[in-house]
Design a protein around this ligand. Structure first.
Ligand SMILES: [Zn+2]
Length: 317
């Protein structure tokens, strides 16, 4: 083998030699040749640089690919987490909405039942605190007796007698020692009107808007006067209204309304069925001795016809 042939063989084996895949014999042969041949050493150096460069590039591409792959995986995880959060939030909203509209329905049904009753008594105790002017604070208690179409509304200061679908009513003012027999051109009371005190939820939280309301309102459970209650709260930045509903009867037992720098108002309600006697709603008591020194007068409280129509329209709703 002359030098030229040896060089050819050594050059042919370059890649395998660099990648270390030659057997020991061939390897030694190449090694020995390279020690003596500068030309082949140069050639090997060139090949080595090329092969190394290629594998470097290969590595870099692989690294880059791994990075991208990692990023895609992180994005996938973020997406799944977002979806889970949306799902949980959706479920929470749905649950709250369902709880809220269920409560509104139960309360509304109860109010309708109460309106249909022929015998009930309502007591309302109200405390009003005026934070700006103490002298404007007051406490007030009144009782409504309703039996078979007759309604009496009584407090320390006055007594009012009404009858369903009647143009006549009687107003008694103790401080004036005065009894007014009033005649009007519109109907003052209809059956169930006293129950209006309990209709706040029914009147204000219509089903159509209940989702919006349920987002604005919170419901919690709490006790009041030994009664397990749901408390519906609507709060703004500087005021709130709490309506306390008996968990068993769905009757409103308390309402608290506070405007932080202005006032605090609290009403406590009791509702009793079938406790009213005929005497409770009998206006003939006004003929007794107790009222001898009261001035008795007929009062006409007619209002313009267009106002009558407005009142009739409201009553017809
Ligand atoms: Zn050579």
């Amino acid at each position: 083998m002359n030098k030229k042939e040896e060089c050819e063989i050594v050059k042919d084996l370059a890649v395998q030699y660099i990648e270390k895949s030659l057997n020991e014999g061939s390897r030694n042969f190449v090694k020995n040749h390279l020690e003596t041949c500068e030309n082949c050493r140069k050639y090997y150096k060139t090949i080595e640089d090329t092969v190394c460069n290629e594998s470097e590039q290969d590595k870099m591409v692989k690294k880059q690919f791994k990075k991208v792959h990692k990023r895609i995986n992180i994005l996938k995880i973020i997406l799944v987490v977002i979806l889970i959060i949306i799902l949980i939030a959706g479920l929470a909203i749905w649950y709250k909405e369902a709880t809220f509209s269920n409560l509104v329905n139960k309360v509304s049904e109860k109010v309708e039942y109460m309106e249909s009753l022929d015998n009930y008594k309502i007591t309302v105790k109200t405390i009003n605190k005026d934070f700006k002017k103490e002298s404007n604070s007051w406490e007030f208690e009144e009782t409504y007796y309703y039996k078979d179409g007759k309604l009496k509304n009584e407090s320390n200061q006055s007594i009012f007698f009404y009858e369903d679908d009647s143009y006549d009513s009687i107003y008694v003012f103790h401080d004036l020692r005065q009894i007014e027999y009033r005649h009007s051109n519109y109907i003052k009371k209809r059956k169930g009107s006293a129950v209006g005190l309990f209709s706040y939820i029914k009147e204000n939280y219509k089903p159509i808007t209940s989702t919006i309301y349920s987002l604005a309102f919170s419901i919690r459970e709490d006790r009041f006067n030994g009664i397990e209650c749901y408390v519906i709260r609507f709060a703004s930045k500087n005021s709130y209204r709490d309506i306390w509903v008996d968990k068993n009867t769905y009757i409103t037992v308390r309402e608290v309304n506070e405007s932080y720098s202005h006032f605090y108002r609290e009403s406590v309600f009791t509702f009793e069925e079938n406790v009213v006697t005929d005497a409770d709603v009998d206006s003939s008591i006004l003929n007794s001795e107790k009222y001898d020194d009261y001035t008795k007068m007929e009062v006409n409280t007619e209002i313009p016809q267009e106002q009558v129509e407005i009142i009739d329209a409201i009553n017809a709703q």
